[in-house]
Write a protein that binds this ligand. Structure first.
Ligand SMILES: C[S@@+](CC[C@H](N)C(=O)[O-])C[C@H]1O[C@@H](n2cnc3c(N)ncnc32)[C@H](O)[C@@H]1O
Length: 203
């Protein structure tokens, strides 16, 4: 109940069914324009205080990499990731919410980012071919994923056998996030830091 109330307070996107029970919808798929606008504003402040490039610098991005920004939201990391991947690289900006896709399209057009492709995730299907990504990063979103096994399976499909997943716990205890990753049987956590976990795909 507490979680539902906090989701309501945070995003205003829960609804009540005919029996007056509270039904939590996918928090992000159904986020209103206002909710998304507020989140975008908050992330602008976050980026001003803590530039996104600082975190990307920790990910060992190299020119020519294929990167997936999974759950890209309003695209706080896109411009820097695009520059770091360079002309020979590609950055897929993937999100379940069409408002996120539209926001990133706007950034790429405004900034002329030629190596960014937006993709709309459908449930747990991300329209990127198998074994494409050198790096997938999924930031501040893992807590919102209802079916972690399906989510981690999809990321495993998209990553190259020698690729890397960078994921943070988001708004859940680190132990809970770790347990989801380990119990998926698909990923090995190779590095644990305060800011994120680095994982390799198990074959
Ligand atoms: C809090 S925002 C974080 C955005 C961005 N990663 C950042 O840190 O600035 C979470 C984003 O994850 C997206 N998201 C949540 N669940 C998802 C899923 N299953 N697949 C793809 N995107 C998802 C949401 O739509 C939202 O845009």
């Amino acid at each position: 109940m507490a979680n539902i109330i906090s989701a309501e307070a945070e995003y205003g996107i829960v609804e009540r069914n005919t029996k007056s029970q509270i039904v939590e919808k996918n928090r992000y798929e159904n986020m209103s324009n206002i909710g998304f606008g507020l989140m975008s504003l908050m992330f602008k402040v976050r980026s001003a205080l803590n530039p996104p490039k600082r975190l990307l610098d920790e990910m060992e991005i190299k020119e020519g990499m294929t990167i997936v920004d999974y759950g890209c939201g309003p695209g706080s990391y896109i411009k820097d990731a695009s520059e770091m991947a360079g002309d020979s690289g590609t950055v897929y900006a993937a999100d379940i919410n069409p408002l996120a896709v539209a926001a990133v399209d706007k950034i790429t057009q405004k900034s002329g980012l030629k190596n960014v492709k937006t993709v709309k995730v459908d449930g747990y299907h991300c329209p990127v071919d198998d074994n494409q990504a050198d790096l997938i990063y999924a930031l501040d979103m893992f807590h919102a994923v209802d079916d972690p096994k399906a989510f981690l399976t999809e990321l495993h499909r998209v990553v190259k056998p020698d690729g890397v997943l960078i994921i943070d716990s988001g708004h859940q205890p680190a132990e809970e996030a770790k347990e989801k990753i380990v119990s998926s049987g698909l990923w090995k956590i190779t590095e644990e830091r305060d800011i994120f976990m680095r994982c390799s795909p198990l074959q």
